[in-house]
Design a protein around this ligand. Sequence first.
Ligand code: AMP
Length: 215
Amino acid sequence: MHIIIFGAPGVGKGTQAKILAAKLNIAHISTGDILREAIQKGSETGLKAKAIVESGGLVPDDIMGGIIKETLKEDRCRNGYILDGFPRTIAQAKILTEIFDELGVHEIYLIKLDAADEVIVSRLTNRLVCSKCGNIIVNTNYSSSYVCPVCHQIDSYLKRKDDDEEVIRRRLLVYHETTSPVFNYYTDKAIIFEINGTESIEVITDNIINKLQGS
Ligand code: AMP
């Protein structure tokens, strides 16, 4: 199965993509995670991307196209994948169409998660990410004795550098201006489901699975 999970930053794409990938036995490909890893390692791509990611801008399409082309050819993608954070521009969507044609992928699902900007700003300003396993919590009462419910590490949660309110507002602006039009590109290319992203994590997963099973 080949799925694109689409929506504004902070709408819950990463959380749902992780759950769906495990349930459907497909790879979770997050371009944000790939970039953060490259930045941490200090690779050539990481050095080029660091300032852009931290200020909430978009990494150039040629770099992102190269990353996704290489990644989708990896063995772990053989059974299908869920793309989280790609494509974010029309140019990236066109690159993806070329890759799908090359790989013979013809059936694509696009799941769009919806939530109002203010819900997203409130969520992201309170979002913490486990530095060990990547689990996300939205927690205003975090303390150093907190144990990660997924990997059981103590005091491992950090705020992402781009989860600062000013940067969040910039990322939302970039989403509305540049990424949101990508949705229209898929109206005749994918099976589309629009899902309310303000429900609980479990309800959202159930709604997505029901749609996928009913299609
Ligand atoms: P995310 O974790 O998906 O919110 O991505 C974090 C940041 O990585 C974004 O705000 C961008 O700076 C960068 N990024 C991730 N995916 C892409 C992409 N497809 N195109 C350009 N920049 C990206």
